[in-house]
Design a protein around this ligand. Structure first.
Ligand code: AMP
Length: 463
């Protein structure tokens, strides 16, 4: 059973005559948060239109498909997963039929107690339609004795733990909520009378909405005909924003957790240059995720920034199964070196992270073949040693190269002249002060405990 979905993009829109089209635009902007599949659900009074499928937003939502949607409220979701099952039943938004109403829910994050809750409910006769942890929320909503959708949502969310940034609607009310730790981002935007809730502000830019603010950890925002109101957290706890959103996941043109991602990434690169200088002729990035950090490294070190790798943007990950052989091929399809830039040069390569090490090993080989005389690798985050259980897809501990290799062993494996990682202290220094971060992937100190075996180990056991 695959119970889990990974890092995703969510969006909800209230009061717009073309709600589904606007949500579709937002999903285009959030495509980097999930390329496995996407879905939109819109409400037109009692009529619900929906379309979900495997693939990219541009392939799924053709003008013809979009033409079938009606209504002024809509919810959308981009699904991301490299290890989970690639099944249509696991696509979102989830649609629940309940007391002659329909509820659409789009969730980003992982619930760490979903399996226990699900087993308990199944013992009491509940039937689950999907393999997703988010379905637990829908069941809890239906069982709640709360008077309305807001009360029920509050009640349901008080019983789940882990990471969730979610958007849900019954057509009359749109709700945006974040878990008490605030692992995943979720922000509010305004476009005249329309309210938008989205994972990242780049989605607001595309629909022409103005960024208002981030929804606070543990806060629930309710939008209906009466306007927007906030339901504050019942028991506030110390927030644990995912610092990896700043390192890798979010788009650099976004405001995430209230701060501009590009500036933070540049600062990562600057501190990296201070902490681990290199003797080299050029600095290059691994586009696109390390562009800003590489620019920061170049600024601080005085070594010129060059474009040494070209990324092919037209390679989707959809339908490519993550077998080791195809992963290698994917690197070659995705990147090509610029020989004229690299030939005879000592090169600093700045990347945001090393997960398995597969990508970098291939890239280093490519750079040397293209004439680089030395390759100095600088990583703008500390070594990832532990899996994430709060919504970012990282492999099991055994597959993470840094969990079983020293930095020097990684240097040998990658065949680079030197490799160095940004320290945790400097990572935290680069991120906005006072927010409170989850950095568990670097040290294994998980802020929200889980009772059963965590996800990936469990999947391995059951397979
Ligand atoms: P790997 O070949 O497994 O070491 O992949 C490392 C590359 O994947 C890095 O250059 C990152 O840009 C990117 N990356 C880091 N975390 C993730 C993730 N959770 N999902 C997909 N790609 C990632």
């Amino acid at each position: 059973m695959s119970t889990w979905h990974e890092e995703c993009g969510v969006i909800g829109l209230f009061a717009h005559e073309s709600a589904a089209e606007m949500v579709c635009l937002g999903l285009h902007a959030l495509q980097h948060r999930g390329q496995e599949g996407a879905g939109i659900v819109s409400f037109d009074g009692g009529r619900v239109s929906s379309h979900r499928g495997l693939g990219l937003v541009s392939d799924l939502f053709t003008p013809e498909v979009l033409g079938r949607f009606a209504g002024s409220v809509a919810v959308g979701h981009n699904r991301y997963s490299t290890t989970g099952s690639c099944r249509a039943e696991n696509l979102q938004p989830l649609i629940a039929h309940w007391r002659r109403r329909k509820i659409a829910l789009a969730h980003n994050g992982n619930l760490v107690n979903a399996l226990e809750l699900r087993r308990e409910m199944e013992e009491n006769g509940a039937i689950f339609q999907t393999g997703m942890d988010s379905e637990v929320i829908v069941h809890l909503l239906a069982r709640s004795s709360g008077a309305d959708l807001v009360e029920r949502t509050r009640d349901a969310l008080s019983q789940v733990s882990g990471a969730y940034s979610l958007v849900l609607s019954d057509g009359e009310t749109l709700i945006g909520a974040r878990d008490p730790r605030g692992f995943r981002p979720l922000c509010i935007g305004k476009l005249e009378a329309t309210t938008v809730i989205a994972s990242e502000s780049c989605a607001l830019d595309l629909v022409g909405a103005e960024y208002v603010r981030e929804i606070a950890p543990g806060e629930m925002v309710v939008i209906d005909a009466g306007g927007l109101r906030s339901v504050p957290p019942a028991d506030p706890v110390e927030p644990r924003h995912c610092i990896f959103e700043y390192v890798y996941f979010s788009r650099p043109d976004s405001i995430v957790f209230g701060h501009a991602v590009d500036q933070i990434r540049r600062c990562l690169g600057q501190l990296l240059a201070e902490e681990h200088p290199a003797e080299a002729d050029i600095v290059i990035s691994v586009p696109d995720s390390s562009n800003s950090a590489a620019l920061g490294f170049s600024e601080r070190s005085g070594i010129p920034f060059e474009i040494g790798l070209i990324r092919n943007h037209y390679v989707g990950r959809t339908f490519i199964q993550p077998t080791p052989r195809l992963r290698d091929l994917r690197v070659r399809i995705k990147y090509n070196p610029v020989r004229q830039v690299l030939e005879g040069k000592r090169v600093v390569v700045v990347d945001d992270s090393i997960v398995r090490g597969t990508t970098m090993r291939k890239l280093v080989k490519m750079l040397r073949r293209a004439g680089a005389t030395e390759v100095h690798l600088r990583i703008s985050s500390p070594p990832i040693q532990y899996p994430c259980y709060y919504g970012i897809d990282t492999p099991t501990r055994g597959e993470l190269i840094a969990s079983s290799h020293t930095v020097d062993e990684i240097r040998t494996y990658l065949r680079v002249d030197s490799v160095a990682y940004l320290s945790l202290e400097n990572l935290i220094r680069s991120a906005p002060e006072g927010l409170g971060y989850c950095t568990a992937c670097f040290h294994g100190d998980y802020p929200v405990p889980f009772e059963t075996l965590p996800r990936k180990e469990l999947l391995e056991e059951e397979s």
